[in-house]
Design a protein. Structure first.
Length: 145
């Protein structure tokens, strides 16, 4: 299958990119390894909150509900992302990570998924985030509990 644009990752950056692509009338498809939108947030530690107030944290086109002076917690933000994708009917393929991305002919890319499917796209937006794998310093084992 060939698409003009493939967006890899359906977190906040990928969803915002999808919103703007849709608004511009550019056909695209999104892919995310999670079973649900927001799973990357649900998998984090329980007390996680956004570090910006609700009034500064919404994605384009959909405000946060609630007190603008408070912070969103992990589960609220995950639910917001899921609502966002549904509200704008963003075309997200869930539950299948991109295993490989290669340029195939100088003008297109091919993404291979873990289940063996492939998608070709003229352009790719990689929106997987920078903190998917925890970085634990080597000296941490020297501290007591």
């Amino acid at each position: 299958m060939r698409q003009p644009v493939l967006v890899i990752g359906a977190g906040q950056a990928g969803l915002a990119a999808g919103y703007h692509l849709q608004k511009a009338g550019v056909p695209f498809v999104m892919a995310d390894a999670g079973r649900r939108i927001g799973d990357n947030w649900r998998a984090r530690y329980d007390s996680l909150t956004l570090f910006t107030l609700r009034q500064f944290s919404p994605l384009p086109g959909l405000e946060f509900i609630g007190n603008r002076e408070l912070y969103r917690d992990r589960d609220e933000f995950a639910a917001y992302l899921e609502t966002y994708a549904g509200r704008f009917r963003l075309p997200v393929r869930l539950g299948n990570a991109v295993a490989r991305l290669v340029q195939i002919d100088g003008s297109a890319f091919e993404a291979s998924f873990q289940n063996g499917d492939t998608i070709q796209a003229r352009d790719v937006i990689v929106a997987t985030g920078g903190f998917q794998v925890p970085i634990v310093p080597g000296f941490v084992g020297r501290f007591g509990n």
